[in-house]
Structure formats: C-alpha cells, structure tokens
Design a protein around this ligand. Structure first.
Ligand code: SF4
Length: 342
C-alpha cells in the first residue's frame, strides 16, 4: 500500500475543483479528527460526516419514550452514550428512575433474570452492526419480563434519502467499514454515485478519498473496496439472515430527517411479546426542535459543529445540548475532543 505521503501527493495532483464526499461513520470522523487529516487535504476536497452516529440519529421522541418506560416503573437498560441525550423532560441520567448502563443486550437480559418481579426494557440502538446480536438474543427467547425499544436504523435508506434530496451536493460516499463487514456492499451498488468502502487508518481514508476522486474524474460510479482485509461484497450472510428472521423494515423518523421509508427495524409478529412499545402501549411522537442546536443539519452533512453558536460555549461534553455532543461517535463531541476548529 502507498504511504500516507504518497497518497496525499496523489490527491494534490488529482484534485482540480471542489469535491464533497460524505462518510457515515463516527469512527471515520474520530480518525479524521484525531489525525488532523482535513488540514492536509487539497483545497476544495471536503469530507463531511453524515448520519453515522446511531445515538445521534435517535430522535427525541424515542428518548421521550425511554423516559416513559421509567415513569411506568420499568428498569431501563441501555448503552452509556444514550444516558445524557436530552429528551423533552430531561434525560435518562437525570430522570431519577432505575436506569442501568449495560455493555450489550445480554447484560440487560441478565438484569431481567435477576429481577423477575420487575419489567426490564432495553433501549436498543445501532445500525446493521448491532441488530444481528440483538436478533440472536431475541431468538433465544429471553424471560417474559424482558422487552426492547427498537431504535435500530438501516444505513442505505438514509443514503437514498440524502441523494434524492440533494441538499448536501455530494459527489459520493465513503461507506462505513464496520457496517459493511456485516452487510457487504452489494446493496449499495444501485446508488448512482461513486462509493468506496474504507478502513479506519489515516492511509485507509486517504486511499478511499483518492479512489472517490478518481471515480468522479473518470465518470464512473461504482462501489470499490479499499478495505478488503475486513470487508467483502457478500458480508456476513448469517448475521443478516438472523437480523431479518427477527426484524422487518419499517418507516421511521431519524433525528434531522423526516420519516424515511423502510429505514428502521421492528420486531416481526412472532416476537412482538418482546416489543416494549406494544407491551406498554407507548407511542413514539414527533418532537419539534426548540433549542439552537443544529445537530439536525450536522447529521445531514450541511453544517459542521463549529457552525453551531453553542459549540464549546453553552454546549460542552459536561453540558450537552444535543446528542452530537453526548455520544463518542457524535461529530460535536469528537471535534471538541480533538480541538478541531475548521
Ligand atoms: Fe447541538 Fe451542541 Fe453540536 Fe451545537 S454543539 S450542534 S448544540 S450538539
């Protein structure tokens, strides 16, 4: 593989106009910010973060639903990143109920087994990377006092929406390496724009950008794989089959996006006893934004964290106003951590 310096030089030779590419992965954003990669790119070559943080794209209505489970006396278990995301009436951290941080669904099931007289609700967030594990746990038939709020999302429908809408004027996508380990990249091939699956070292990202620019210049639009050590075209079929055995696609809202057709995952009828929404009759409501937070625009790739007037002043990791400052995969938290000030 070419060195980082060689890749940078090749990019500088090639870039002769403005290009904007979007990545959809918090780990890519962290790698780009940590290595200061944006500062060495040719002028005109821009890489923006899209809706690649599963906690960030969870809309406020789903946070409010999680708080309703607490109000109903349930033990709510979820990932630490979700705790401080503000809902309409506070956060899971500040609500005063029995909220437990777990590393994954199996730990939430253990809580249900140890507390048979209590209802335990797992707030299940994540893309195709985590949904198969959740599906495997549901297939193993956890105890009856266990259920999940499925906040899972699928990446390709959001890309479809972004392309149809055209707001971010994208020249192509850097595909999320971790998601593609599971999904492969066949299902991305119908998108009529250049796409490259990339890994997470600085050289991987530079190589991905170089391949994207080349595709644009040569008038090609295909999916190329710059991360063959981890990703192949088919992905992990077993994991995907498990996911679709338990879940079915459903139309859902994303934070910063309207309802996107077939972009969420709902438990299939045979598993509805584990659907916390059905069990407790909780409706997910759309919540209008009232703060000055621009996470919605950051997640659509049309603003960057430093465009937000609250960034680093009112909104900090200690006093987060929006989810992008809470999650370790959120652009604002990452930019704050690595002092990115573009
Ligand atoms: Fe939202 Fe805070 Fe980011 Fe501004 S800095 S967009 S308020 S999370």
């Amino acid at each position: 593989m070419a060195t980082g310096d060689e890749l940078k030089a090749a990019l500088h030779d090639l870039v002769d106009r403005d290009y904007t590419f979007m990545h959809i992965c918090g780990t890519h954003e962290a790698a780009i910010a940590r290595t200061g990669l944006r500062s060495v790119l040719p002028e005109g070559l821009k890489i923006v973060m899209g809706p690649g943080c599963p906690v960030c794209i969870t809309p406020q209505g789903e946070i409010d639903a999680a708080l309703e489970f607490v109000e109903k006396g349930c033990i709510v278990a979820t990932y630490g990143d979700l705790l401080r995301v503000p809902g309409t009436k506070g956060s899971l951290e500040s609500c005063g109920g029995d909220v437990r941080v777990v590393q994954g669904i199996h730990k939430a099931v253990e809580i249900a087994e140890k507390n048979p007289d209590k209802e335990v609700v797992f707030i299940s967030v994540g893309f195709e990377t985590t949904a198969p594990t959740v599906a495997a746990t549901i297939l193993a038939r956890p105890p009856a006092n266990f259920s999940i709020l499925s906040c899972h999302r699928l990446v390709p429908p959001a890309m479809q929406w972004l392309l149809e809408q055209g707001e971010a004027s994208l020249d192509g996508f850097m595909l999320p390496g971790h998601v593609c380990v599971v999904t492969g990249y066949e299902e991305y091939e119908h998108f009529p724009v250049p796409q490259v699956v990339a890994g997470f070292e600085a050289e991987d990202i530079l190589l991905g950008l170089l391949m994207l620019v080349k595709q644009v210049k040569e008038g090609r639009h295909e999916v190329e794989n710059a991360y063959p050590r981890a990703v192949d075209r088919e992905g992990n079929r077993k994991a995907m089959d498990l996911m679709y055995e338990v879940f079915e696609p459903v139309d859902v809202e994303w934070r910063g996006f309207p309802v996107i057709p077939k972009s969420g995952l709902k438990l299939k009828p045979g598993f509805r006893q584990y659907d916390a929404q059905e069990k407790f009759g909780i409706e997910i409501k759309h919540v209008e934004k009232h703060s000055g937070c621009i996470c919605d625009r950051v997640l659509r790739g049309v603003a960057q964290p430093t465009d937000c007037k609250l960034f680093g002043k009112v909104c900090t990791p200690r006093t987060p106003v929006g989810p992008c400052m809470v999650s370790h995969e959120g652009a604002c938290k990452i930019w704050n951590l690595y002092h990115v000030r573009h």
